[in-house]
Write a protein that binds this ligand. Structure first.
Ligand code: HEC
Ligand code: HEC
Ligand code: HEC
Ligand code: HEC
Ligand code: HEC
Ligand code: HEC
Ligand code: HEC
Ligand code: HEC
Length: 376
């Protein structure tokens, strides 16, 4: 867990946002629309320079970064990981991620590098395996629908990016850029008309990528929720009616909460009744309601993964996280248990968890019930 992120109070501005669906503009980036093409993020800069510089500070455009001239790519000031052992930058065509959690690497033929120490984890500054049993030079890069702008599968478009055999398709720009969310902008760039560009404020836009399951069940493994399931998680509870952009500025980063400008509203702006948590007055809501119950790269201990869950509901029963799973541990119910919610700060009777006082599940349960209302 990043110890500072939760102590930062959320910004108070609530932006009212209208939901518009515009007929006649690009609603499906992979469909061929005569006369419409991708203009590229640099074309937007002329008139939307502020938005471009904001978006450049988020993880989205760095999801996939091209390596040019055999030198380390620029991840907008974030530390760029070195290539895996046995490779130099000349052997790498693209870096996958490396912005927030972990990096994987694409070789000079377009294949994702596999092996026992080929994934770089930022938190530990260490290397772990990725598809260790598959020989290097065989795993196709087929991640483009969620990691690039304007991805078209080879089977549909007949093209491979940069003509590399390992690329399972081609894209207009690497990373998630303006036109992946707003549709092809070539006509808008000329007309400057709002009618020629898509503005979709629904969660389903974000849910095209922040999901793992078509039925929106919440996949889990190894005692944690899997990553990139924020949409699935949100649909499990009372926030299913909210848009992601009610809370998130789509153009700003949220990995460190409000400090990066990505969060627009306070929880208490909708939940005035819960604005105090008796005996935990100084603790931000996210600590208990958005614990790091999901894992992308590294878990600090059995209660702390590295992605904040978007399941907000806390189960107050005196049960541990085993009660969260069904289907043999492969799926999660729509609640978090008290060990995830509370052992980020408190520790269990074995000393595992945070640096606060030790509490049994039963002590936690007694306190959790009515925590916003019962005076102590
Ligand atoms: C030559 C200037 C210019 C360029 C280049 C340009 N835009 Fe715009 N854009 C505008 C103007 C002017 C508006 C306001 C239109 C209005 O409100 O009628 C606008 C509005 C928008 C809106 C809001 C539409 C709405 O419904 O409120 C979006 C989204 C947008 N642009 C995205 C883009 C993207 C993405 C690019 C790059 C592909 C881009 N623009 C390039 C001038 C430009
Ligand atoms: C992850 C999806 C996403 C990406 C990437 C994205 N936008 Fe947006 N954009 C939105 C959404 C959703 C809105 C609706 C308004 C809101 O919630 O702020 C929006 C609103 C806008 C608007 C109108 C309101 C405003 O903030 O001025 C403009 C202009 C715009 N985007 C331009 C861009 C440009 C230019 C880029 C690339 C540099 C870009 N957007 C990248 C999702 C995105
Ligand atoms: C359904 C969409 C989707 C697909 C398909 C997908 N990813 Fe991702 N990936 C995401 C999202 C969303 C995130 C960030 C949010 C999260 O992890 O919760 C992410 C995060 C990552 C990260 C961490 C990024 C960072 O900056 O730390 C890596 C590395 C990664 N994915 C690799 C891959 C690879 C390799 C593939 C293909 C084999 C792949 N992903 C396929 C959606 C997807
Ligand atoms: C835009 C308004 C809005 C904001 C902002 C908001 N919520 Fe909610 N929240 C709701 C609504 C609506 C519900 C469902 C109806 C209800 O229970 O009141 C809900 C329900 C909940 C629940 C009950 C569990 C569940 O799944 O129904 C919890 C816990 C919760 N919110 C926590 C939070 C936290 C923590 C934040 C800040 C990160 C937050 N909310 C921000 C509107 C909001
Ligand atoms: C085309 C796929 C795609 C879409 C659509 C998409 N995302 Fe993402 N998102 C990603 C990927 C991939 C990452 C991981 C990027 C990284 O950090 O390397 C990510 C990262 C993020 C992050 C964490 C990184 C940061 O800088 O804050 C947030 C927050 C986020 N997305 C919110 C949203 C919201 C809100 C929307 C809808 C307005 C949205 N995303 C739409 C794919 C997508
Ligand atoms: C110390 C941990 C903790 C903190 C901090 C915390 N909550 Fe809670 N919250 C809980 C627990 C535990 C419950 C379940 C209480 C129950 O069922 O009696 C809960 C319940 C809720 C509910 C559901 C209420 C209901 O009656 O269903 C909402 C909404 C909520 N919290 C919002 C917030 C907001 C907003 C904040 C920040 C201002 C916040 N919480 C801070 C632990 C916390
Ligand atoms: C009720 C408000 C709310 C809604 C709705 C919401 N988020 Fe978040 N999200 C947050 C907050 C608050 C944080 C940052 C927590 C922190 O760092 O303290 C966050 C963080 C994230 C992160 C970064 C996770 C990490 O561990 O760094 C991603 C990715 C994300 N949200 C995606 C989404 C997507 C996609 C949606 C819609 C499906 C969504 N969020 C809906 C409040 C919300
Ligand atoms: C952000 C850190 C943090 C989180 C998360 C947290 N606590 Fe605490 N808690 C504290 C601190 C600090 C104290 C006072 C010193 C101590 O006892 O460690 C405290 C005290 C307590 C106490 C003893 C005082 C009292 O109020 O009775 C109980 C019981 C307790 N917490 C229960 C919980 C429960 C239940 C949860 C999860 C729903 C939780 N805490 C989550 C920080 C936290």
């Amino acid at each position: 867990m990043n110890p500072t992120r939760h102590w930062l109070r959320l910004g108070a501005a609530v932006l009212a946002v209208a939901s518009l669906a515009i007929a006649g503009c690009d609603d499906n980036p992979t469909e061929v629309i005569p006369g419409l093409t991708f203009a590229g993020m640099s074309a937007c800069e002329e008139c939307h320079a502020t938005v471009v510089s904001q978006v450049e500070a988020t993880g989205h455009p760095y999801k996939l970064v091209k390596v040019e001239d055999g030198t380390a790519p620029d991840l907008n000031g974030w530390d760029t990981p070195v290539p895996p052992s046995g490779y130099t930058w000349s052997d790498i065509s693209y870096v996958i991620g490396g912005y927030n959690w972990k990096a994987r690497f694409v070789d000079s033929n377009g294949y994702i590098i596999t092996g026992s120490a080929v994934q770089y984890n930022i938190e530990t500054d260490g290397w772990v395996g990725y598809h260790d049993t598959e020989a290097p030079g065989t795993k196709q890069y087929d991640c483009g629908t969620c990691h690039t702008t304007g991805w078209v599968d080879y089977a549909v478009g007949g093209k491979r990016q940069d003509d590399l055999p390992g690329m399972a398709g081609a894209f207009s720009e690497p990373g998630v850029r303006c036109e992946q969310c707003h549709g092809r902008g070539s006509r808008h760039v000329k007309t400057q008309s709002a009618d020629d560009i898509r503005v979709d404020t629904h969660s389903s836009l974000c849910g095209e990528c922040h999901t793992r399951d078509a039925n929106h069940l919440i996949a889990a493994s190894g005692g944690f929720i899997k990553h990139h399931e924020q949409y699935d998680e949100m649909l499990s509870g009372g926030h299913r009616g909210l848009d992601c952009v009610t809370c998130h500025d789509p153009h700003a980063s949220s990995v460190d909460g409000a400090s990066m400008g990505g969060i627009r509203v306070t929880c208490a702006s909708c939940h005035a009744d819960q604005s105090t948590t008796l005996n935990h007055m100084t603790i931000d809501c996210e600590y208990c309601h958005m614990p790091e119950a999901s894992k992308s790269a590294v878990a600090e201990n059995m209660y702390n993964g590295d992605i904040e869950t978007h399941i907000f509901k806390i189960n107050t029963a005196a049960v541990g996280k085993d009660a969260m799973w069904y289907d043999g541990g492969a799926k999660a119910y729509g609640f978090v248990t008290l060990d995830f919610a509370c052992y980020g700060c408190h520790k269990d009777p074995n000393g595992i968890g945070g640096s606060g006082s030790a509490k049994t599940l039963s002590e936690l349960s007694t306190r959790a019930m009515g925590i916003h209302t019962a005076p102590r």
